[in-house]
Design a protein around this ligand. Structure first.
Ligand code: AMP
Length: 398
């Protein structure tokens, strides 16, 4: 089957066309600046990137351009749209309604709409993608794959906050967790790659990228994760604060004369590694360069990230009463041996020893613990698009 995977953001859209039989990517790219001006990046497998500037007032024009590029006589990856057997969409928030991926139906769309209050920036954009595809490719089955679904197996003790229970019962305020497609893919792959027993395995996945989250996975099921009602909770991230004392919000609001929206903007966009480093960068490579140049704020920001990861890993070892494997993924997790080494350095109490040579590798599946290490540590590149493609095929073939 040929599956078009779509990840619709508010002003951008990423896509991949995947052959599900071989799992090869036939073409991929993105549309940027939708509603502003418009830019299409298209790359057929084995070919150079093509960039086209063209007006994209709405997602409809953007998706139409993607479909035109995919079927272009000279550079297209397919001859006609009839070759697209199914479409898989990333959907950010499935609330408590979706514990797994779902076929797009009128009821499914209504349920996703009802979750939009929990992700007002993301779900409406995801729904636009679904609606535009129904219009442009009527009859092609579509599937929604939720960022939150994998974490729905968490028990109440992991998802309830210490707040009046009315907030959960009436407003659904609870921990949902995000990056679920990545945590699901990487934890499954870790069991295969490391030869663990799927029915008796304890895995910690550290998804460290611009946004970061960690999950604890027992026998393939998530029992806890660091992100919460929104992707703001947990680890310090590129521009997001992660966990803070909530009273800081009132204190700083008074000092800086900010309203709630202003404070949320600071916590989401001006904090994390960017804010801690005094504005150096949210990008690890820039921060590491600054830290080497003796920028103390950049050094502290890097130390806080590694320390956050270490504390959550320790917490999840306790929550699972042990661990078989700790896995790093996403931009930082896959590429940054320094962060991995800083975390593993303090795991001696678990009998973990780092293979320093293996830890130099980047962006590939590799075991980075020594053969005698009691807990396996590995790098597994995430592949959310492939996970979306697999779920789409599984539901469409049912
Ligand atoms: P992601 O959100 O998964 O795309 O990850 C983005 C993050 O990965 C950014 O902080 C990048 O600085 C970081 N990253 C990407 N490549 C490297 C690298 N070679 N070394 C260190 N960090 C990297």
């Amino acid at each position: 089957m040929k599956v078009l995977v779509i990840n619709c953001g508010s002003s951008s859209l990423k896509y991949q066309l995947i052959d599900s039989d071989t799992e090869d990517v036939l073409a991929k790219g993105l549309c940027e600046r939708i509603g502003i001006d418009g830019r299409l990046v298209y790359q057929k497998a084995g070919c150079d990137k093509e960039i086209t500037e063209a007006p994209m007032p709405t997602h409809k024009e953007a998706i139409q351009m993607v479909l035109d590029a995919l079927t272009n006589e000279k550079t297209g990856a397919i001859k006609s749209l009839d070759e697209v057997d199914a479409i898989g969409h990333r959907v950010v928030h499935g609330g408590e309604k979706f514990a797994s991926s779902a076929l797009v139906t009128d009821e499914m769309i209504k349920a996703v709409e009802e979750c939009s209050e929990l992700a007002p920036l993301h779900n409406p954009a995801n729904l636009i993608g679904i609606r535009v595809c129904s219009e442009l490719m009527p009859g092609v089955p579509q599937v929604g794959v939720f960022d939150t679904a994998f974490h729905q197996t968490m028990p109440p003790k992991a998802y309830l906050y210490g707040l009046p229970i009315k907030y959960y019962k009436d407003y659904k305020v609870r921990r949902y967790g995000f990056h679920g497609t990545s945590h699901s893919y990487v934890s499954k792959r870790a069991v295969e790659f490391l030869g663990l027993d799927p029915a008796n395995s304890k895995v910690i996945v550290c998804h460290l990228g611009n946004g970061s989250s960690i999950s604890a996975v027992v026998n393939g099921k998530c029992i806890d994760t660091t992100m919460g009602l929104t992707p703001l909770e947990g680890l310090v991230m590129g521009t997001r604060s992660g966990n803070i004392d909530p009273a800081i919000m009132e204190y700083v609001a008074k000092k800086e004369n900010l309203d709630l929206q202003g404070i949320m903007n600071v916590l989401n966009k001006k904090s994390g590694l960017l804010g801690m480093s005094g504005g150096v960068s949210s990008d690890m490579r820039d921060l590491e360069a600054a830290a080497e140049g003796d920028n103390k704020d950049a050094r502290n920001a890097l130390d806080v990230l590694a320390y956050d990861v270490l504390k959550f890993v320790g917490g999840y070892v306790a929550a699972m009463n042990g661990v078989d494997a700790i896995v790093f993924t996403a931009g930082i997790g896959e590429n940054d041996g320094k962060v991995r080494a800083a975390v593993v350095k303090n795991l001696g109490y678990l009998g973990v020893t780092l293979d320093k040579e293996a830890n130099k590798k980047r962006g590939e599946e590799v075991v980075i613990s020594t053969p005698d290490s009691k807990v396996k540590v590995a790098v597994i590149p995430t592949n959310e698009e492939l996970a979306i493609c697999r779920d789409t095929v599984a539901l469409v073939k049912k």
